[in-house]
Design a protein around this ligand. Structure first.
Ligand code: FMN
Length: 385
């Protein structure tokens, strides 16, 4: 995947670095960074086999905050790595909880594939409050052989699923493809929908909100710097961290090698570093033919985890339909500066109902293929006891 990017360089200048690949540009990424996408092969340990699939789940900023404890035989205990939170853009860790849910969904699908039922108990030691997360487990999982479990058809897409940030084609997704995506979460307590260019008024409004929220994130120094902290520039950093946002474009690598890119300085609102990214995002939003959204009636921790499970199901269903998706979380975030956008998207999609929360909002359409994003590998997630 290619993305135009403009970065501020040390000394106050900016550099326009055209065509910068971000996470997901497999051809450019070092082999060890994407090795997890080869799968567990003949791994004899069932717990490790299912976990090797779960770590391919989508996670905000690709931070992979999954801590796994295997010390009790027959049991998997999942908790959240609190060194991998995004306190500026995700102050209440809502997206972190969704990212636990995506993991649990793939784990569940993998278990079914092997004729097992994943008995998942959420928050076995009590749930988190609405604003903070702690070290208590988010889930306790037991894998039980069960002749009654059915394989999940969406599992076939686990290795093909990508977050695709490229420009999408203008042609809208086919109605049956949209229906398949909506069906993937049928029966779940979420109101899901797809807005297309046929609903021109809503489409125009969604585009306006998406653009404004992105502008706010890019012009709020502490939210920009939060992303800068997880930039991985060049093969050495990408291979070392295997998470975050990968940048592997030769010119930027050269600038970085010369010590000219200062990741501690946020660009100003009129710097090309900012305006270039805004222009590109706006172009992508304008050409996006459809938006997917998911609304919950409340916003407790279990709902957030379930929303993550539902999200990855929708993305797998889109993959099966030859469609791409990219979350656009900026207007869904809870930090003060973006509250105007938060209210606007909630008025539009959650119809302003108290407590109803837009858990996911995403671009949807046809796009060229993109490669897998880095993964740290299962052993990096295991808690040593
Ligand atoms: C809760 C959540 C929020 C996300 N928000 C965004 C977003 O705003 N923009 C974006 O480009 N990707 C977003 N993503 C996608 C992640 O960045 C992506 O999953 C990660 O980089 C790994 O890439 P992959 O999905 O291709 O495996 C989000 C993912 C999750 C689970």
């Amino acid at each position: 995947m290619q993305r135009r990017s403009f970065l501020r360089i040390a000394g106050g200048g900016t550099i326009a670095a055209a065509m910068v690949p971000l996470a997901g540009c497999s051809s450019a990424l070092p082999e060890e960074a994407v090795a997890a996408w080869r799968g567990p092969g003949e791994e004899p340990d069932l717990r490790r086999w299912v976990l090797a699939h779960a770590i391919l789940a989508p996670h905000s900023h690709n931070l992979q905050s999954w801590l796994v404890d295997l010390s009790v035989p027959g049991q998997i205990t999942l908790s959240i790595d609190r060194t991998r939170l995004l306190p500026e853009t995700d102050p209440y860790s809502r997206q972190m909880m969704m990212s636990q849910g995506t993991f649990l969904e793939l784990l569940d699908q993998a278990a079914r594939q092997r004729g097992h039922r994943a008995d998942i108990t959420l928050f076995p030691q009590g749930t988190f409050g609405p604003q903070e997360v702690d070290d208590r487990p988010t889930a306790l999982i037991r894998l039980e052989p069960d002749a009654g479990v059915r394989p999940e058809p969406l599992f076939a897409q686990v290795f093909r699923r990508r977050t695709n940030r490229q420009a999408y084609e203008a042609r809208p997704p086919a109605p049956q493809a949209i229906q398949a995506i909506l069906d993937a979460t049928a029966g779940q307590p979420f109101r899901v929908g797809v807005t297309t260019t046929q609903q021109s008024e809503s489409m125009t409004r969604q585009r306006e909100i998406a653009k404004e929220a992105w502008r706010i994130e890019l012009t709020t120094p502490r939210t920009v710097l939060e992303s800068y902290k997880v930039l991985r520039i060049g093969p050495r950093e990408i291979a070392e961290h295997r998470d975050g946002i990968s940048i592997n474009e030769p010119m930027l690598r050269a600038i970085h090698a010369l010590g000219l890119f200062d990741r501690n300085v946020a660009p100003g609102p009129d710097d090309m570093a900012t305006t270039g990214q805004i222009d590109e995002f706006n172009r992508h939003i304008d050409s996006t033919p459809a938006f997917y959204w998911m609304v919950s009636q409340d916003n407790d921790r279990v709902t957030q985890i379930d929303a993550g499970r539902a999200w990855v199901r929708a993305q797998l269903a889109a993959t099966a339909q030859g469609l791409s998706m990219q979350p656009i979380s900026q207007a869904l975030q809870e930090y003060p500066e973006v509250q105007g956008s938060y209210q606007a998207i909630h008025r539009l999609l959650a119809e302003g109902q108290t407590g109803h929360t837009v858990q996911m909002w995403a671009r949807l359409g046809h796009a060229p293929e993109t490669g897998p994003a880095p993964r740290r590998g299962l052993d990096a997630h295991l808690v040593r006891t």
